[in-house]
Structure formats: C-alpha cells, structure tokens
Design a protein around this ligand. Sequence first.
Ligand code: ATP
Length: 440
Amino acid sequence: MADLMDKIVSLAKRRGFVYPGSEIYGGLANSWDYGPLGVELKNNIKQEWWKRFVHGRDDIVGLDAALLMNPKVWEASGHLKNFQDPLVECKNCHERFRADDIDLKKSCPNCETIGTFTAPSQFNLMLKTFLGPAEDKANIVYFRPETAQAMFVNFKNVIQTTRAKLPFGIAQTGKAFRNEITPGNFIFRTREFEQMEIEYFVPPPKKDAEWQKHFDYWLQEMKSWLKHLGVSEKHLHYVDIPDGERAHYSKRTVDIEYDYPFGQKELYGLAYRGDFDLKNHATASGEDLTYADPDTGEKFLPHVIEPTWGVDRTVLVALLEAYDDTQKDRIVLRLKPWLAPYKVAVFPLLANKPELIKKARDIYKLLTTSYSLTPIAWDDRGNIGKRYYSQDEIGTPYCVTVDFDTLEDNTVTVRDRDTMKQERIVATDLPSYLKEKLTA
Ligand code: ATP
C-alpha cells in the first residue's frame, strides 16, 4: 500500500499535478507547487465547494480576509498561548519529532538509537514574520494558522452589511500556515496549505438537542460532499473525540479520518465551538459582537458549528481514490468528471495532414465556447493509442478524434475513459452530447 504513495507522487511530478517546491535550488523541505494539471484539480475542488456551500444556498455568505492579522487576534483566540504540539529531540542525531507521532519507548526513527529522546516540550506552531522594515518585537505578526478567526473578527461587519439572519454561515477558502514539527507524506502535512471553512452561527441553544440538530446536519453535508468527491465509504472513519481530548470549549468534535497508505489520519473536522470565539474577541476588542434578534430584539452571542475541509488533503484523497493501475497496459485516473483537469481531449488522426488539423482545430474552438467543457486538451503527437494512454493517466473523461471520415460526413469518434467504448457523433452535436455525459 505504501507504494501507492510513491506512484501518486511520481505521477503528480511526471504529469504536472504537483512539483517539489523550489526544485532547481535543491527544493525547500516539504513545500510543493501545483503544476498546470494540479491547479485545475485544486481549483475544481474549491469552486465546487463554493458553488455548493455559498452559491447553492441563501444562508451562507463568503469572505476573503488578509493572511496577516493584528497579533491581538491570536492572543484573544488563544493561539499564541495554546496552539502548540509536544516536541522531542533525539540527543544522538538531533532530529526533532512530534511526541504524539512516535513511540517514545522505541528507537529514534532517524538514527535508531534507543533512550535518547529529550522530555517533551511545547512548541508553538504560529509562523512569525515582521511587518515593515524594522525587525523588532513591536513589528512581529503571524501568518494565520487557520482561516476561521477572520470570520469571527468580521462577524459584526457581516451582520451590519448583509441581512444575515440566524442561523447563517460565513465561508472562506484560503491559505493557512503552521510551523509543523514534522511535515511530510507529500501534501498531507505541509507548513503552508489551504483550507475551506464555514462558521455556522446558530442561536444560543436552550437545550443540547438544538445545537445537535445543526451538528448532525453538517456531518451529513460533509458525508455527502465526500460521496460527491467519489471517496469510498469504506476508507472513511468518523471519530468522535472523547472528553478530555477535545478543546475545552467544544462539546463535540468529530474528526473525519481517511485510510491513507501511511495510516488512518485526519482528512476533515467538525466542531461545536459554543460562543468561545465571539466571546473572546468581544472581550479583547471591547466591541459589541452580539446579534440582535430582529423579531424579539433580544441580544446575544450566537454559538458556532465549524465544518473544516483541508484543500490539499482533498487533492491527495481524490488522487488516491482515482488511481487505477489494475488494468493491463494502462493507468487510469478515475476522477469524477467535475474533478478532471481536462474534460475533453481533441486529436487530429494524423499530425501531417493540414486538412485534418484544420478540422480538428475548428472542433476544438467549437468546444471551447462551452465553458463547462473547458479546459480542453489538444494532442497531435504519436499514435492514437499513446494519446489515449496519456489522457487516461490524467483522468480526461472523453477523447474526440477527427479522421478522414470527418471531412466527408462531419462525424467524429468519441471515446469514453472508463468504458473505453467509442461512438460516432456528428461534430455539431458534440457540445450538448459531452455536456450531458459529463453531468450524468
Ligand atoms: P492534524 O491533527 O492532522 O494536525 P488538525 O486537527 O491540527 O490536523 P485542524 O486544525 O482541524 O487540523 O485543521 C483543519 C483541516 O486543515 C484539517 O482537517 C486538514 O484537512 C487541514 N490541515 C491541518 N493542518 C494541515 C497541514 N499541516 N497540512 C495540510 N493540511 C492541513
């Protein structure tokens, strides 16, 4: 199974999904750059999420806040004090580890000596920088370690500028930074990553059933997103975090974990955060962050249900689920069509026949006018078999071949990635035919 990770990392590099960061300078440990296909896959995920959770409903609005925020935000949220992981160092090789990631009774995973770990110390994960030319203490700022806090900090702005009525949510996608002790496993754990988060505000519950209803609803929404993504239920685990292990303010947290080749680990999270965040920001900023019920005039701090999705882990899981090398002589990325970087590929049968190239270019152009069919790949190298191989490996659902018959009767061959069946279609019918197939 571990070998599947190697295959994914290699395919990602070879085909332009994900490259090692700063590669020509020897790289930068555990940083990754999304290439031409990776950026399409990642954008498809973020856009679909936005369509589903912001555009597709009337109770959630979006936000795109700055990465750097006033350090008082992180003081109030508790991050400066508590956002830390236990760190141990091997006294022999000086490699550092997250204490909860390894068995301290066993040998050092790096140099294999036994009994050389230091006692765990708490290491803060906030990534620091300086704003302005002077590198002094007064100018220290932190890159946000999550997108969530900006939604609390802007709560007042949002209720004043929209007609948001409880229950309602604020959604945000964007980069987050954590000075992880042990990044690794490709894009699973990095120091710079992307999140998609919703803070869903509900009236303060009078009884548990009131917040539980919203919590269960969001758990179902997360499950249905995973189904839409094409993740097999048998690879997923919904882990209720027990008392004592949850953040003190959370009455319930569910980690959605996935069976990665390197073990069962977190993919997404869902937490009931009470009014912890709004209360802390109201106290620390001195601002009134209460919500006034438009019907009763009653003022209160709403409570929050927070579903969180990691974008990079979504990309990784999409690739792991889609990778299929069980067939003879081909590797297929069985991505759901909405995820596929290219929806369609167009080939002229031969590269040295100008009349075929022209016809194929016209068809390519015709397809690009249908936004839902783009981007479209073009390939005129090698033979048709090699081109199919190449498109299967990156998950392109349909290939269209223009041949000599096309010049006579305006029909083309459409080949399906999954069934490998070929159909003859009139070229002018292609946009509607492909649109129907891709949304089926
Ligand atoms: P973990 O237990 O794996 O460190 P976490 O509980 O700290 O994760 P959260 O704070 O709940 O993670 O962050 C929300 C989501 O952001 C996670 O479910 C995950 O998808 C993503 N995420 C968190 N840390 C990283 C990271 N270092 N690299 C990539 N994605 C991350």
